[in-house]
Design a protein around this ligand. Sequence first.
Ligand code: FES
Length: 157
Amino acid sequence: MSDSFSEESKAELKKLMDSYPDRMSAVMNALHLAQREFGHISYEALEALSKEMGLPVQQLEDTASFYTMYFKEPVGENVIWVCQTLPCALRGSADIFDYLKEKLDIDAGETTSDKRFTLMKAECLASCGTAPMMQVNDDYFEDLTEQKIDKILGKFD
Ligand code: FES
């Protein structure tokens, strides 16, 4: 994998920085872009971002390390976040998590051997009215049942 941004991503980053009053305000979206480009927020990704944004690596790392949505280690092609907070817990999110765990044969924070899925536990994803729910990449799946999960995972075949 390259240790610098593609020309296309550099242009996207510049546009992003131009849309904020200062560079620091663009950091969270810039980290998302870096994660998309590099797969996770590695030291190389932080260095490349630092070079493009003119901000210290440490400043970028401080932000990246605070939020769970920035991956510090490589993840699978699809990342599943299962909400574990009270409204989802009351509607069976632990069983949903266990079903996924068994079906994918991985635990929280692990990736399947074929690198297709990473399973994570999440705090409230702001969809409590449709609990239990999970997020797969950028999409929400709600009112989950085991049957629904089978269908959802089938879409990623
Ligand atoms: S508690 Fe699960 S989405 Fe809010």
